[in-house]
Design a protein. Structure first.
Ligand code: SF4
Length: 394
């Protein structure tokens, strides 16, 4: 077995990332085979249970209310709809459902109670259930655990150094605190980040270094390639080169040997050959479904066809950790505390975020003016019609 280290230094991680590609692949694949079954791949379906209207300013995210992007906003889904979508995901071959809500943080109340009910419902379908709901307190994490949550996703996104260039509405430490709150329960941790946001290679290594500091390491580590969405501050970022993705996956596999490394956003930009290289380098999990929250993703049937050709088998639910029992709401030990935690609001200015916010405000003003103009024209039209009718009567 590969030694699990929590003291990796950024320089060491960077040296691995920059090593000759064939050496890197060989080293990562060797560790991968020692630690995992190389022919098994975990398939998660990501469901956006509440889309858009988020108060945060994450520079990569089309769901931030302050930018003007072309997404279909939705309020929190009903439990029955989530159940139907989870059943559909199960019959397509997914063993996990990850529910994402565009919230800054979880707030106690009827919406969170509904999410807890969704967790119970999916767990009873014998699927692993994961949530990504923003920042959570320890009590909220415990309530999720009681409902039968299997995993909580909270990405650190990038290195601590680059974080301030991406988000100004919360601090890197808030991310770490949330992950630590989840760790106080039996819920597994899913945490990774995004490459292609304009960060340096040192930042990529720094992000992995931070992930290795967690003890234990996160059970899942999603590696996303930025999907540059029009209207977001990162809309002009060039696509991530496939070899950079392979290097990132391989490096993650080496420094986080026990984690499931998930090939996440950005797969539509990758060829099947590119993805296969990532699987060889140690990726053993994917997000399935034609949409990842709001951005495109390959069709699950295409993924299953690719797995068949590669001889990869979808991982069964509860393969790594046993299923949690779902405690019903009325028997719950933990109640809503109505907490008002003081999550940070650093509020520094990120130029590209500010620029996109200004453009969105200008766009909204223009739309309002156009609507007003149309109304005035309609009113004028009515007056004319009325005048004509009076003239005819005369
Ligand atoms: S990434 Fe999450 S927290 Fe950030 S703007 Fe998007 S939905 Fe909100």
């Amino acid at each position: 077995m590969q030694e699990v280290r929590h003291n990796w230094k950024k320089e060491e991680v960077l040296e691995i990332y920059n090593s000759p590609l064939m050496e890197l692949l060989y080293r990562a694949a060797t560790i991968h085979r020692k630690q995992h079954d190389p022919n098994v791949i975990q398939v998660s379906t990501l469901l956006s249970i509440k889309t858009g209207g988020c108060s945060e300013d994450c520079g990569y995210c089309p769901q931030a209310a302050r930018y003007h992007t072309n997404i279909n906003k939705n309020s929190l889904m009903p439990v029955a709809q989530v159940k139907e979508l989870a059943n559909r995901a199960k019959s397509s071959g997914s063993s996990r459902v990850c529910m994402g809500a565009a919230w800054r943080n979880v707030k106690d109340g009827s919406e969170f109670d509904r999410v807890l009910e969704m967790v119970r419902t999916i767990n009873k379908l014998d699927m692993e259930v994961c949530c990504t709901l923003g920042m959570v307190t320890e009590n909220q994490a415990k309530r999720l655990a009681e409902a039968g949550l299997y995993a909580y996703n909270h990405n650190i996104d990038t290195s601590e150094d680059y974080y301030d260039d991406v988000i100004s509405t919360r601090a890197f430490k808030d991310r770490i605190d949330t992950i630590e709150n989840v760790r106080k329960t039996n819920v597994t941790v899913c945490s990774g980040g995004i490459i292609g946001m304009g960060e340096s290679l040192e930042d990529r290594a720094g992000m992995l270094e931070t992930l290795t500091r967690f003890s234990p390491h996160p059970e899942s580590v999603p590696i996303n390639a930025l999907v540059a969405v029009e209207g977001t501050p990162m809309e002009d970022q060039p696509p991530v080169n496939i070899f950079e993705m392979v290097r990132m996956v391989a490096t993650a596999r080496i420094v986080l040997p026990e984690s499931q490394v998930r090939l996440s956003a950005g797969r539509t930009q990758m060829s099947r050959e590119g993805q296969s290289m990532c699987f060889f380098a140690g990726a053993n999990s994917i997000f399935a479904g034609d949409k990842l929250l709001t951005t495109p993703n390959p069709d699950i049937k295409e993924d299953m066809k690719m797995f068949e050709e590669l001889g990869l088998n979808p991982q069964k639910a509860f393969y790594k950790h046993e299923q949690r029992e779902s405690i019903e709401a009325e028997k719950s030990e933990y109640q809503a505390l109505g907490e008002k935690p003081k999550w940070t609001r650093p509020g520094h200015k990120i130029e590209r975020n500010e620029q996109k916010k200004k453009e969105a405000i200008a766009f909204k003003k223009e739309v309002r003016a156009l609507k007003k103009e149309t109304l005035t024209l309609k009113e004028e039209d009515l007056v004319l019609k009325k005048d004509n009718a009076v003239l005819k009567e005369k």
